[in-house]
Write a protein that binds this ligand. Structure first.
Ligand code: OSB
Ligand code: MG
Length: 381
């Protein structure tokens, strides 16, 4: 394998608007600032990553602004001008900084892209991915009433999505799920609570069991794995963890405790592709199916999700819906497209999609280029 050395990093600050607001139990998202991280190696080759945050720290503790700060003050200074033998090594090189996983993943994934391109392979090939196409599900935000949700579900089922995920919160749960199940008794259906409940809601949550959901995602606190184990003992519906899993170690403990039967892997939340694959492999060895979650990414983050999902234990359709479900125009060419509920994995090197300079310009706020390791902080070597 050919190693790489980063010559410079370009931070492309963009501002993008979703085609429609997306509501979860923690709030509504529509406009967001995103930082696209372009690493350029000594031969002039580029790799791309994305900070999959939003402007507010409501999903986890990071915001776009904190990821940019961490990148500039700590993460880029640690990596720039150093020989990187394999993209796999970057995760450990960044462990001197605690947490801040979305910031770490933005540059780690960009390095996977440039490393794969340098070696003439796709990221999927380098990871050991086996699929030519991946199954896609649709995550639907909280709607104004159950009837509105049923109409959305109808539209997405007709479009061919292989799984429907419905956001829920107290006051918008049982009646919504019941309404969908009445019209669609057999579709693969799940609910995502984004930590909106506590153990005091056990009896209420158990009322979801008769609806034959594929799973309920993150019903309890964002930092919990103990109460989820208690809940899983009394609920038939499989629990899937999202917010609680930041690392291989978190996954190992959750599996050991019986806190979940399924894990949602998000590249950003776990700090990159290397850790995503480790969690995938651990889950595979423990008969825990995984699927790839989404963070309303632009084409760059979405492309990385497609590459990761080619690994064999991603047996449940992910949240990687096509570009047109989020943006009037995505920033990559071709856009990410779905046919019959499947995304065809691109054959090109790296992330397999090109960032389109003309499209990028239309959402660009500013660009900054970092060429040195200068920082006022002591950085380990
Ligand atoms: O919990 O999976 C989540 C979006 C933003 C933050 C958290 C989540 C989500 C989604 C959307 O469910 C998934 C997508 O379509 O990208
Ligand atoms: Mg979730």
């Amino acid at each position: 394998m050919k190693s790489i050395t980063i010559k410079e990093v370009v931070l492309h600050h963009i501002n993008v608007s979703l085609i429609a607001p997306f509501t979860t139990s923690f709030g509504t998202m529509q406009h967001k600032d995103v930082c696209l991280v372009e690493v350029i190696d000594e031969s002039g080759m580029s790799g791309w990553g994305e900070t999959v945050t939003s402007n507010e720290p409501y999903y986890n503790e990071e915001t776009t602004a904190t990821t940019v700060y961490m990148l500039k003050e700590f993460l880029i200074p640690r990596l720039i001008h150093k020989e990187i033998k394999h993209a796999e090594d970057v995760h450990d090189m960044l462990q001197f900084v605690r947490r801040n996983n979305i910031a770490k993943a933005a540059i780690e994934t960009a390095i996977w892209d440039v490393f794969a391109k340098k070696n003439g392979k796709s990221i999927a090939d380098l990871l050991g991915g086996t699929k030519q196409e991946i199954e896609v599900g649709k995550s639907i935000g909280i709607q104004k009433d159950p009837a509105a949700l049923v109409e959305k579900v109808r539209q997405y089922v007709e479009e061919g999505f292989r799984k429907i995920k419905v956001k829920i919160k107290p006051g918008a749960d049982l009646s919504y799920i019941a309404a969908v199940r009445e019209v669609f008794p057999d579709i693969p259906l799940m609910a995502d609570a984004n930590s909106a409940y506590t153990l005091a809601d056990i009896d209420h949550l158990k009322k979801l069991d008769p609806y034959n959901l594929l799973m309920i995602e993150q019903p309890l606190a964002h930092d919990d794995i103990i109460d989820h184990a208690s809940l899983q003992k009394v609920m038939n519906t499989p629990i899937c963890l999202d917010e609680s899993i930041h690392s291989y170690e978190d996954a190992r403990k959750a599996i050991e405790l019986g806190s979940c039967k399924i894990i949602n892997i998000k590249i950003g939340r776990v700090g990159g592709l290397t850790e995503s694959r480790r969690i995938h492999d651990l889950c595979e060895a423990n008969n825990i199916p995984v699927w790839c979650g989404g963070m309303l990414e632009t084409g760059v983050g979405r492309a990385h999700n497609v590459q990761l999902t080619t690994l064999p234990n991603f047996t449940i359709p992910g949240d990687t819906a096509p570009s047109s479900h989020y943006w009037e125009e995505d920033i990559v060419t071709p856009e990410i497209e779905m046919n019959d509920g499947l995304i065809h994995v691109p054959s090109g090197d790296g992330i397999g999609y090109e960032v389109d300079e003309e499209k990028l310009k239309r959402v660009l706020v500013s660009r900054e280029t970092i060429t040195s390791a200068d920082t006022s902080h002591p950085i380990p070597s």
